[in-house]
Design a protein around this ligand. Sequence first.
Ligand SMILES: [Zn+2]
Length: 373
Amino acid sequence: MKKKLISLLSILMLLSIFSTSAFAVKNHPSTEGNTNISSIIGYDDMIKELENLEKRSKGALEVFTLDDLGYEYSKSEQGRDLYVAKLGNGDKEVWVQSRIHGDEPYGTEATLHLLKMYVNNQSAENREIMDELTMYFIPMYNPDGSEMNIRQTVLQEDGRRIDLNRDWATGAFNAVESKAWFNFWADVQPDYALDIHHQGLKTDSETGDAITMSLGISLAPGGPTLPGIKDGLYEDITRQMQVYVYDGLKDYGYMSIDRYTVGSSTWGFQEIDIHGGVVSAMMLGLEYDGMNTEGHSNPAVFFETSGNTRDGNLGQKARGRNIQLNANGIHDWLYGLASEEIFDVDPERWNEIPRPDIIGYNTDHSGFVPVGY
Ligand SMILES: [Zn+2]
């Protein structure tokens, strides 16, 4: 009986991973399709802005589509071009992707905001980023879902909705977007990656204060998987990256930041250990269709700010602040990599970032794994 309950619980949890907790948002019914998204940047606006910035950058910013690269699979299910903005001339290659979930818009806006800053402002810090890094920004991974204001993309052949963040996995690759972006990732072979998401409106389980951002690692440090990758190297680098970002955001005055968990105080909090997420697949060195036969892999982390459109206008309240928070976080992450300050961080300081006590790990490979398994 208990086992059954736990497996039911873990299924419920899996449904909510990388998004809002199904339990925490019960007071905020879904407004999918009904939210006023007129103020949120759309696909055409993004293209216009990217092209403007490219012109103003005098060659520094390169904007292209996967179709320009001549890939076999190069567009979205509904035939939209998939855009990349490439900036910088450094040896370290970094990947920043946004809006893999169509109803999580701020990553697109934060990316455009940052590109504008790097194109216009030649501060010493920005110059260092441009000199040390070659950055591949994907402002809108899922243009169809973004235009429809839904989480997924929709398969043209049978109308099935596919969560693109579960589609880089053995036996998956259902959507053409997944094949296209995987092909590009395997070509770029980035050294580091960052993925921008939104979670539901979240409050600290003890103080009740609003949490504005959660820092996430999709394979839990100390959990069933991450310590075994590259002799623990990614376990250290992912924590170093997030601690560095945490320190930076605190300096900007953002105090309500925690580590990403799923669950609730009623059901118990869990960390995630998901093999099928895109950033996990990067860390695991997934191979697909002969594209990654050498098994390239790279450490990757994610951000979750509040404010997805599922939360309706409540989620849009702090729009400007959340976009700025993401932009600051991405910038800190980039600067930490460019300056290599990230690698001076003590990874154990990950434990200083607040997180509710957890009962275990929510996985897509071994069910629910209790703490101390
Ligand atoms: Zn998401």
